[in-house]
Structures are given as C-alpha cells and as structure tokens.
Design a protein around this ligand. Structure first.
Ligand SMILES: Cc1cc2nc3c(=O)[nH]c(=O)nc-3n(C[C@H](O)[C@H](O)[C@H](O)COP(=O)(O)O)c2cc1C
Length: 248
C-alpha cells in the first residue's frame, strides 16, 4: 500500500506521524517533491532526516560530508533569496534549451506543459520553501571518492523525509551563486556545495516513480547482453523520459 502524505490545505495543519513505510516501498515511491505546504518541518523530524543522511556510506568512512540547514535564520533567508534567483535563472535556461514550450509543450494539458508549470511554480516560490539543505563535501578538487561520497547521504535524506511525511528534491542550480553562498555562509575554499535539497510537506503525492523498463537498464554478464531474470514487478508503469532508445 502506498501511504498518502499529501495535505489538501495550505494552512499549517496538525501533523500526525505517517504509518511506518517498508524500505523497498519507500525506495520505489520517493518522488521529487517541488511543491510544499506552509507547514514547518518539526525539529525532531529534521534531526531524524539528518541522522539518516549521515548514516550513508562515504569512501573509507571519511564522513567528509557536511550539511548546512537553511531554516528561518537571517543568513538562511538571504541564502534562500540568492538561491531563488539562481533557480529561476536555471529553470528559465532549461525551459528554453530543452524546448519545454515547443511541440507537445504548446498544448496546455500535455505532460510537458504540466511539468513546465510545476517547475515554474517551484522556482517562483523557492523563498517560501520551509527548509533548504546544502549537501557539502570536503575536498574540492579531489577525485571520485570524495565527490561521490555526498550523494548516498543526500538520497538517504530524501528517503527519510519521505518516511516522515515530507518530500524534497535533489538539485544543482546553486552553482551560479556558489561563490556568493560560500561568502554568505562562510563555506571554506576546500568545500564544494554538491547539492541543494529543498524540503517540506508535499502539496501533491508521493507515489511510484516511473523509470525505463529494467530490460533497458540492466545487462547480464556483458554490455547490452539482456538480463532475462530482470523483470519489473507486475503493474510497473514506465516513463518515456531519458536518452533515445537504441534498441526496440
Ligand atoms: C544529480 C541530480 C541533479 C538534479 N538537479 C535538479 C535540478 O537542478 N533541478 C530540479 O528541479 N531537479 C533536479 N533533479 C531532480 C530530477 O529532475 C528528478 O529526480 C528526475 O526528473 C526524476 O523525477 P522523480 O524523482 O520524481 O521520479 C536532479 C536529480 C539528480 C539526481
């Protein structure tokens, strides 16, 4: 069963803890959430999310990740404002580069047009996001092991948010204001901001994420050798998104 964590209301609501969410169900139903109610994130829930994030593996268990949590403090508000500008610019460029208003995007009810509206809403309301987490990693110019060590933690954070009735999304649009953020927050030179993760209580629903069929994504034994055993569970729905398909 998929637990519905959506709230139809915009006003702060009494927040009942959601029922326990089995791990595999959580993995398959943690969508990117870009619309939030005005409900705050409870301190104890935020602590659980950060605890979960920091349980993630890092190369050699260096734990070289650091998280800056932007809530309502004076620096946080300035950082959210900076990020809001960057996100609007980032989306505006993507909207035009990826042709969101071309082809089927011109039809108001097409999936493309709906995605564009959701993205526009997301960036237009960025400053109202209840909490924004900056996922940072020490070792600014180092190789794979350092850079990659932040992303398992970010995904843990999102999964924990899901389990507690919240949602968020991994993003990279901080890049165009990284220097300003660095100065404002006092982030040292040798630390990279790797991900910006807005979090809040979803206005919409979590639910099964859509990906391409396992047969396209998994090979057995050698590159592009079909994995006959890799079947999606009954009833899985797929997405058209992704790179062009090379094989039928
Ligand atoms: C490394 C990475 C970078 C991403 N950057 C952005 C971003 O800058 N802006 C954004 O809105 N979403 C961003 N996303 C979210 C993806 O667009 C999203 O996960 C993907 O479309 C699948 O959607 P779903 O998670 O709802 O299934 C990013 C995701 C990842 C993993």
């Amino acid at each position: 069963m998929i637990h519905d964590t959506a709230s139809p209301k915009e006003e702060p609501t009494e927040f009942a803890p959601p029922p326990p969410l089995p791990l595999l169900e959580g993995l398959a139903t943690t969508r990117s959430i870009r619309r939030y109610t005005s409900d705050p994130i409870l301190d104890e829930d935020l602590a659980t999310m950060l605890f979960s994030a920091t349980r993630a593996p890092t190369g050699s268990n260096r734990q070289n990740f650091r998280f800056v949590v932007l809530r309502d403090g004076p620096i946080a508000l300035q950082a959210k404002a900076l990020l809001g500008e960057a996100f609007r610019k980032g989306w505006s460029e993507k909207r035009s580069d990826d042709g969101y208003d071309q082809g089927s995007g011109a039809a108001e009810n097409s999936p493309k047009a709906r995605t564009a509206r959701a993205m526009q809403h997301f960036v237009d309301h960025f400053e109202q996001t209840p909490v924004v987490v900056l996922g940072c990693i020490r070792g600014r110019h180092r190789a794979f092991q350092d850079g990659a060590s932040i992303f398992p933690a970010c995904q843990n954070l999102l999964l924990a948010a899901r389990a507690l009735g919240y949602g968020g999304v991994m993003t990279g649009w901080h890049r165009m204001v990284e220097n300003e953020l660095r100065q404002l927050i006092g982030i040292p030179e040798e630390v990279t901001i790797a991900a910006t993760i807005p979090l809040g209580k979803p206005q919409g629903n979590h639910g099964p994420v859509r990906r391409r069929p396992l047969q396209e994504l998994v090979y057995d034994d050698a590159w592009e050798q079909p994995a006959a055993w890799a079947n999606d569970p009954e009833g899985t729905r797929f997405t058209q998104a992704g790179p062009p398909r090379e094989r039928p």
